[in-house]
Ligand binder design. Sequence first.
Ligand SMILES: NC(=O)c1ccc[n+]([C@@H]2O[C@H](COP(=O)([O-])OP(=O)(O)OC[C@H]3O[C@@H](n4cnc5c(N)ncnc54)[C@H](O)[C@@H]3O)[C@@H](O)[C@H]2O)c1
Length: 253
Amino acid sequence: MGILDGKRILVTGVLTDASIGFHIARMAQQEGATVVLTGFGRMSLVERIAKRLPEPAPVIELDVTDDEHLAGLADKVSAHVDGLDGVAHSIAFAPQTAMGGNFMNTPWGDVATAVQISAYSLKSLTAACLPLMKSGGSVVGLDFDAGQAWPVYDWMGVAKAGLESTSRYLAKYLGPDNVRVNLVAAGPLKTMAAKSIPGFEEFTDVWPERAPLGWDVADPEPTAKACVALLSDWFPATTGEIVHVDGGVHAVG
Ligand SMILES: NC(=O)c1ccc[n+]([C@@H]2O[C@H](COP(=O)([O-])OP(=O)(O)OC[C@H]3O[C@@H](n4cnc5c(N)ncnc54)[C@H](O)[C@@H]3O)[C@@H](O)[C@H]2O)c1
């Protein structure tokens, strides 16, 4: 028996086998879920990675900025499962100009891209999946604690603050439909998205020392486990919440 037995889960954001989304999909399957993936851009790579899951999973193309992709998503998912019980949003992007210490010079167009893909998309994706969540469900997004200004994270930090607020509003508006919306605020992990942040070592160098529980930047499993737990029935009265999976860094000075 797994905690996701019988659940149908859509997992976004799988790019490589280091992607947090890959590990959510893997653990969701191990806990009994049927998983459908979405991929962006490099579809042949995503399809190859999808075959490395315990059960090869179907992949649907989804650019969260493309209205046609969003409008067609529910139909495409329906070709594989007869509804959804959960959605994992594991998507973020910011242009290079928006990170790495360039905060004062980033043009609005680049900020807008970061906010649309990394924050607004939680609403777009959830809305696109709602027709499949007739009896409710669980939406989980990936956060990096936006309660403070970090080195180099810059406008991605602003986008994450937007993501945190978006999840609270979604929790407010979708609670009556029995849809829960929560975030997992992970510590730094070595993924493609992380490598694209200039100066990311500023996090990975200090985090393992600062974390009361320690922190392994190469181990996405604790983060994926928390996502799977939130996708399960074991948090039935929790919504609008941010669960920190960061070794405890957020709690110490
Ligand atoms: N790696 C970390 O240190 C860390 C820490 C905390 C939170 N997170 C968050 O975890 C999530 C997943 O990132 P990751 O670290 O696994 O990196 P990743 O690069 O493996 O995943 C990011 C995903 O976003 C997708 N994406 C980008 N633009 C898109 C678009 N327009 N439409 C649809 N998908 C798009 C990419 O295709 C990719 O699959 C992100 O929200 C990230 O901010 C990461």
